[in-house]
Design a protein. Structure first.
Length: 316
């Protein structure tokens, strides 16, 4: 059968962050174009790589990679709460295959996912269960982080499994590109914040509201260019996109995550998910990757990109 890739940025500020009506209209058109490409591909199954933002995964036990056998959306920011339509039998098979392939992945029978997994689907289709899915978490926020090489090898192993499944499989990634949200570091955070990073599952309304207000305020400052965080970097984003389109994914292998965080921001490592997705597609041969939308939206603290890729005809 065949594979395709759908990738898109997410941001907690998409609903209430600072942006012009024109930008909002273009983002909406981008998601519509992305949805049309997904529908035309007509997948039997979706495999999604995505991060978490200390909502479902914590330092108490922080795997580099985790396959969801069952999963539930927490409904943070502007997303809905409820169970994902997970292909549990196939997810378990995939988890076992990855372990046999030398990838040390965890599995979860009660994975909790946040907007990083579901927001783009709700923007495309109005709900996050348009396609039956296998969710794969990649730790992009809690150093020490996995390397690009490990993400690439994970993606290639997923791609081999998907090709052998006999199904049309849409491989997806959400995250990035350059963005520097005000995420605290466990090394320098006060004790109360450290405890939330270690074991902060299901926080109180008061804690949730404080977090929302902090991120909204950071976005408002970013929109004016006077901020304590790194601005979205369209040049860095363009270079990353061009490298994905080239198909030379091994070129990322030796780039340290410390460099990504320094240049693309604390949220920059979410591009690990994109590399994993394109690596999965690469096992089928050369591909054509189309950039459907890009904008550096400072008020959303996000390099917003949307891509769709399919194998080139007659590729080896």
């Amino acid at each position: 059968m065949t594979l395709a890739v759908l990738c898109a940025s997410h941001t907690p500020l998409m609903q209430d962050g600072v942006a012009t009506d024109g930008v909002r209209a273009e983002v909406k058109r981008g998601f519509k174009a992305l949805a049309e490409r997904a529908e035309a591909f007509a997948p039997d199954m979706l495999i999604q790589f995505a991060p978490d933002h200390f909502n479902g995964f914590f330092y108490e036990v922080m795997p580099s990679f985790c396959v969801g056998i069952n999963a539930n959306s927490l409904g943070d920011w502007d997303t809905s709460e409820g169970p994902l339509h997970v292909m549990s039998d196939e997810a378990l098979q995939l988890g076992e295959t990855l372990l046999h392939d030398g990838l040390d992945v965890a599995v979860s029978y009660r994975m909790e996912v946040d907007h990083g997994f579901v927001q783009i689907w709700e923007r495309m289709f109005g709900n996050f269960n348009r396609f039956p899915t296998i969710p794969i978490f990649i730790n992009c926020a809690a150093p020490p982080l996995p390397t690009f090489k490990r993400a690439r090898l994970l993606g290639e192993a997923v791609g081999r499994w998907a090709l052998a499944s006999g199904k049309r499989v849409l491989i997806s990634a959400s995250g990035g590109l350059s963005h520097d949200p005000p995420t605290p570091s466990i090394v320098t955070a006060p004790d109360e914040v450290k405890e939330r990073l270690i074991s902060g599952r299901h926080p109180s309304k008061e804690v949730q509201n404080a977090r929302v207000e902090r991120v909204l305020a950071a976005g408002a400052r970013a929109a004016t260019g006077t901020t304590e965080i790194l601005p979205v970097d369209p040049a860095w984003d363009a270079s990353f996109i061009e490298q994905l389109q080239s198909g030379n994914l091994e070129a990322f292998d030796n780039i340290p995550m410390t460099e990504i965080r320094a240049k693309a921001g604390r949220g920059g490592p979410e591009v690990l998910a994109w590399v994993a997705a394109f690596a999965a597609l690469s096992v089928q041969g050369r591909y054509q990757a189309d950039l459907l939308y890009y904008e550096a939206i400072q008020g959303w603290i996000a390099g917003m990109a949307m891509m769709f890729a399919e194998p080139k005809a007659n590729s080896a």
